[in-house]
Design a protein around this ligand. Structure first.
Ligand code: SF4
Length: 518
C-alpha cells in the first residue's frame, strides 16, 4: 500500500509561511475541527493538571528535568559517543546522518540489503520530518503505519496534526467512513469495531514485514538502550517481530543514565496524557541474544542531525533541544487550540513547532513566519515540563526576521513612522493631532471598523477605538487650569481668618481648659 500524503505535498507547493493565512482561515471556518481539537486538548490539559497535583512537588521534578536536559545537551558530543559505543557493544549498528537525504539513503540501503518490500512503522516524528514514506514509495517499498492514529491518517492521506494524538481532528464517524472505504464493508462508528478492524489488518503486516521502524523517546547513553513509550503495544510488535529493527532518532534524544530516564519518563507521561506511566514502556538493548525468545536479528540506529547541531552553543535557541515531545505546550496554546496542527504546515505544530521548524529548516523567510502564530502569552512555558522559554524564543525569531529585513514593507514603514513619531515630542504631538482627522473615513461612533491596508485584518475581528479629539495630556492641562481656578474661587469665598489676638483664649477659657486637662 503506497500512500501519498496529499496535504504535505500541498504545503510543499504553497510554502509554510505563504500558505499560513489561507490554512488558518480554512481551519477557523471549520467548526468541527475547532470543537474536536478543543475537546481533546481540554481533556489532556485537565489530565495533566490532575497528575501534577497527585504527584506533588511538581516544580522540583520540573527543575530536575530541566537540569538533566541542560546537562545532556551541553555535553551532547560525549553522550552521543557513549551511546553509540554501547549500541555497538550490544550488537547493533549506528549511523550518524547529517541531513534528511543521508538518513533516507541509509534506510534504503538497509532495505535493499534485506530485499524488503514491506516496512511496518511505529510512531516516529523524525521519519515524518524526513518524509520517509514518500521516499520509500518512490522505491516501491510500502511503509505501513501501525500506530492507530497514524494508520487512520495514512488511509486519509493526511499528515499528523498533533505530536502525540496524530488524528486529533478526526471523529469516530470519519474513521468509520475511512475503514468502510478500505475494507469495502460497512463499518459501524464503534470504537471496539474500528479497533478490531485495525488490529486484524495490521497483524498480517507485522508478520509479513521485513523491517520494523520505530522512533526513540529516549536513548540511554550508559547502556545504549532505546526507550519506546506507547499506549497501544504496536511499538513492541514493530521492534520484535520483523527480522530487522531500524530506529530513527533525533541526535538530542538522549539521557545519560537510567536514573535520569526515571525523571524524564515521569515528566513525559504526566505532561502528555496525565498518566503515571504510559501503558507500554519498552527498553531495548541490542538485537536478539541467544538466550532471548524473540527480538530482531539486526538492529540499526540512525541518529539524525538535520539542523539540530546548528542550535548547539546558541545562547537563545540551544534550549529548544531540551524538548521531550510531550505536546503539553500544544494543549494549552490558545492559537493551536483554535487552528489545529495542519495550519502550521509543518510536521511539528504548536508553540514547539513554531520555534523548531524555522530552526531545523534554517529558513527564516518561509518557516520563520510561524513565529507570528503565537499570542506570546507564555502558557507554553508554564506547561513545559522542562521549562523551555518558547515565548521568549518566538520573540527572538521575530527579531531575527526584522534584522534580516524579512518583514513586509508596510510593516517596516509602519515601525519607521512609529519610531519617528515617538522620537520627538513635537512630531508626536503633530502626528496625534493629524491622526484624529485621518482616521475619520474609516470609523464611526468611536470605533474604526474598516482599517486601511494591513490594519483591515485587525479591525475585521476586533474593536479598534478611534482616537478622541483631545488626548489625556490635552485634557489634563485644561483640568489643571480648572482646578487652579476653583481653588482660587474657594479662597475668595472663605471668611477672613481670625487675628491672633482675637483667637487668644480668655482667662475663663484658660481655666476651663485647665480643668479639662486635670
Ligand atoms: S516544548 Fe516543552 S511542553 Fe512543548 S513538547 Fe517540548 S517538552 Fe513538551
Amino acid at each position: 500500500m503506497s500512500e501519498n500524503r496529499n496535504k504535505a505535498t500541498a504545503v510543499a507547493e504553497e510554502g509554510i509561511g505563504s500558505g499560513l493565512h489561507r490554512r488558518t482561515e480554512e481551519a477557523l471556518s471549520n467548526p468541527f475541527l475547532r470543537k474536536a481539537v478543543a475537546f481533546t486538548t481540554d481533556k489532556l490539559r485537565s489530565g495533566r493538571l490532575q497528575a501534577m497535583e497527585d504527584f506533588g512537588s511538581w516544580e522540583e521534578w520540573r527543575e530536575r528535568g530541566r537540569a538533566i536536559r541542560e546537562h545532556t545537551i551541553s555535553h551532547l558530543d560525549y553522550y552521543l559517543n557513549q551511546f553509540a559505543d554501547n549500541v555497538v557493544r550490544a550488537g547493533g549498528h549506528v549511523h550518524f546522518c547529517q541531513e534528511a537525504g543521508e538518513a533516507v539513503k541509509t534506510f534504503l540501503d538497509i532495505a535493499k540489503k534485506h530485499q524488503t518490500k514491506l516496512v511496518v512503522k511505529g510512531k516516529s516524528m523524525v521519519s515524518e520530518e524526513i518524509h520517509l514514506n514518500q521516499h520509500l514509495a518512490e522505491e516501491g517499498i510500502d511503509a505501513i503505519e501501525t500506530d492507530l492514529g497514524e494508520y487512520i491518517l495514512q488511509l486519509a492521506k493526511e499528515t499528523p496534526s498533533h505530536l502525540i494524538i496524530p488524528a486529533i481532528h478526526k471523529n469516530k464517524e470519519q474513521i468509520a467512513d475511512l475503514f468502510t472505504e478500505d475494507s469495502g464493508q460497512p463499518m459501524a462508528p464503534e470504537t471496539s469495531t474500528l479497533a478490531q478492524y485495525a488490529r486484524q489488518k495490521l497483524r498480517q503486516y507485522f508478520l509479513e514485514a521485513g523491517i520494523g521502524l520505530t522512533g526513540c523517546n529516549f536513548g540511554v547513553a550508559e547502556s545504549g538502550s532505546i526507550t519506546l513509550v506507547s499506549n497501544e503495544g504496536n511499538g513492541r510488535m514493530v521492534s520484535t517481530v520483523p527480522k530487522v529493527h531500524v530506529v530513527i532518532m533525533g541526535m538530542e534524544r538522549l539521557v545519560p543514565t537510567f536514573e535520569d530516564l526515571e525523571v524524564v519518563l515521569n515528566l513525559l507521561a504526566r505532561s502528555a496524557t496525565g498518566q503515571k506511566l504510559t501503558v507500554y514502556t519498552s527498553i531495548l538493548t541490542g538485537p536478539k541474544q541467544p538466550q532471548d525468545l524473540d527480538g530482531p536479528e539486526e538492529l540499526h540506529v540512525i541518529v539524525l542531525d538535520n539542523g539540530r547541531s546548528a542550535q548547539l552553543g546558541d545562547p537563545v535557541f540551544q534550549e529548544v533541544l531540551h524538548c521531550i515531545r510531550c505536546a503539553a505546550c500544544l494543549n494549552v496554546c490558545p492559537v493551536y487550540r483554535h487552528i489545529g496542527g495542519h495550519s502550521y504546515g509543518s510536521v511539528y505544530s504548536g508553540p514547539i513547532g513554531a520555534v523548531l521548524t524555522p530552526l531545523l529548516k534554517q529558513d527564516m523567510k518561509e518557516a520563520g513566519e510561524l513565529a507570528y502564530a503565537s499570542s506570546l502569552c507564555g502558557a507554553c512555558y508554564e506547561a513545559c515540563p522542562v521549562k523551555i522559554p518558547l515565548h521568549d524564543m518566538l520573540v527572538q525569531l521575530r527579531n531575527r526576521k526584522v534584522k534580516l529585513k524579512m518583514t513586509p514593507w508596510a510593516e517596516r514603514m509602519a515601525f519607521k513612522t512609529f519610531q519617528t513619531a515617538f522620537g520627538s515630542v513635537k512630531v508626536y504631538r503633530m502626528a496625534t493631532k493629524a491622526a484624529y482627522y485621518l482616521q475619520k473615513p474609516f470609523g464611526s461612533n468611536g470605533i474604526i471598523r474598516n482599517g486601511p491596508g494591513p490594519l483591515a485584518g485587525w479591525t475585521q475581528s476586533r474593536f479598534f477605538p478611534m482616537k478622541p479629539k483631545l488626548s489625556f495630556r490635552d485634557k489634563w492641562q485644561t483640568l489643571q487650569q480648572e482646578m487652579k481656578r476653583a481653588q482660587a474661587d474657594e479662597k475668595k469665598a472663605a471668611p477672613p481668618a481670625q487675628s491672633p489676638a482675637a483667637s487668644k483664649p480668655s482667662s475663663d477659657q484658660t481655666a476651663d481648659t485647665g480643668r479639662e486637662r486635670s
